[in-house]
Design a protein around this ligand. Structure first.
Ligand code: XIL
Length: 447
């Protein structure tokens, strides 16, 4: 399934150029918020970069996270995100010293003077919420420490960065390979965690296996292909994977359909077909549409809500919306809360499915995580988790999943050996909880 980025780029350069033009023009015409415009470009550009590099490769099987290709994918470049504006979020008091490890009792220091730092809660993340708290994992890392023990201690749901994607499960026509995904499921079962499947279809040709892109046939053949993949996968994981992202990133920031092989062969209805086949294969499973930047409440969210109405009018179930929430410091938590509430008003489960807060905006290629940045991130994470708790009624709170465990695992740091390219997650590269962790936890504890 390997092909070079150059060959791929040459072959697809017209399509890529068209995509760039569409994306840029739609954001110029349609978006009201400049932050939305800027961020909406981010994942698309990442994908253009990824496509240019030929990201659709067979599993590389490298085991050193620093090498960054153990899930068979090349590192993805990140677009800069903007810093927090002064006064945007209340500042937390400055705490001297490192935070206490979670689960460990907070031991008072032998000192006459009272401690200046805040007393940190010691509850595990998963015990601070009524819904599952998840992390996206990579199969090869499950044997690593403290990756594995951190997962067991803090999280109650697993997703996977890539091990459940089409190109990983069916790298060749009809030859399914469930080994790595099964191992993730086994790990989850052993440690009493749920599993969320990510993703049956990723609406991007750069990620779709080449054999699918080259598959001979028209609507009928592609319909059968779609049905066969979804049915085989859902039946394989029946009773083990309780929810699925059925289609990932189907829409452009302007609310149009992303061009891809399924759209070209099956038309816009491919989305509803995918949902229908999933529902038929395993009626008990919760079905999600997952995407980035709906949190800005713009055209993309509006279009998803319309698709949900259309699906339901045809008797096709959509249980929830996945808000990826790869976000940045300056995002306005109240705007995000309103977007959650708008989606939840459709009686949709809301999953923050790929949560992280990038600090990269206007930073050089590598930079330090200063105390100030760390605190700002903690405050933002807390505000966003609170926005979820306030914006989504309890019965629709499906959960929050972070995209990785520590900054060392983050896909933003993939391929950067020092892991100091960005610091988007809850644990630092030594798996010590950051202010972001405590912000998340305190939101759950109502502090
Ligand atoms: C990313 C993985 O984290 C990387 O390891 C892989 O190289 C590319 O895909 N949005 C999504 C996820 O929906 O599937 C992406 O995962 C990150 C962006």
């Amino acid at each position: 399934m390997r092909f070079t980025g150059l060959t791929f780029f040459t072959k697809h350069s017209f399509r890529l150029a068209a995509l760039v033009i569409i994306v840029f023009s739609s954001s110029l015409i349609g978006c009201s918020s400049s932050l939305e415009e800027e961020l909406a470009q981010k994942p698309v550009k990442e994908k253009i970069d990824a496509v240019g590099k030929g990201e659709d490769q067979a599993s590389g099987g490298k085991e050193d996270p620093a090498e960054g290709a153990e899930d068979g994918e090349t590192p993805v470049k990140q677009e800069p995100a903007e810093e927090q504006k002064p006064g945007e979020e209340p500042q937390t008091p400055v705490a001297p010293g490192p935070p206490a490890a979670p689960g460990a009792p907070v031991t008072p220091e032998k000192s006459e003077t009272p401690q200046a730092g805040p007393v940190r809660p010691t509850t595990a993340l998963k015990d601070a919420f009524d819904f599952p708290v998840g992390a996206a994992v990579v199969y090869e890392r499950l044997k690593n420490e403290p990756y594995s023990s951190t997962l067991k201690r803090e999280f109650s749901r697993l997703s996977s960065e890539s091990n459940f994607k089409f190109h990983m499960l069916q790298p060749q026509e009809g030859k399914f390979n469930f080994a790595k995904a099964d191992a993730i499921v086994a790990f989850a079962q052993q440690h009493n965690m749920k599993v969320h499947g990510h993703t049956l279809i990723w609406a991007l040709d750069g990620i779709t296996p080449k054999w699918v892109l080259n598959y001979k046939g028209g609507e009928k053949e592609f319909d059968a292909l779609l049905k066969n993949h979804i049915t085989t996968v859902l039946k394989h994981f029946k009773g083990k994977v309780s929810s699925w992202d059925v289609v990932n990133e189907a829409l452009t920031p302007g609310g149009g359909y992303v061009d891809n092989i399924w759209l070209r062969k099956l038309g816009e209805g491919y989305l509803l077909k995918a949902l229908k086949y999933a529902q038929e294969a395993d009626p008990s499973v919760k079905l999600f549409l997952n995407d980035y930047s709906q949190e800005y409440g713009g055209k993309k969210l509006t279009k998803y809500l319309k698709i949900v109405d259309e699906a339901r009018a045809k008797g096709i179930r959509v249980d929830g919306l996945g808000f990826q929430m790869h976000t940045v410091l300056r995002v306005d938590a109240d705007m995000v809360r309103q977007s959650f509430a708008k989606a939840a008003a459709k009686n949709l489960l809301i999953h923050l499915s790929e949560f992280d807060v990038s600090l990269k905006y206007q930073k050089p290629d590598t930079f330090e995580l200063t105390e100030e940045l760390s605190k700002a991130q903690g405050a933002k994470v807390k505000a966003l988790v609170q926005a979820y708790l306030k914006g989504v009624p309890k019965h629709l709170q499906f959960g929050i999943t972070t995209w990785g465990v520590s900054d060392k695992d983050s896909y933003f740091n993939r391929g950067y050996s020092n892991f100091n390219h960005d610091y988007p997650l809850l644990f630092d590269k030594n798996y010590k909880p950051k202010d972001a962790y405590y912000g998340f936890l305190e939101a759950g504890l109502g502090k």
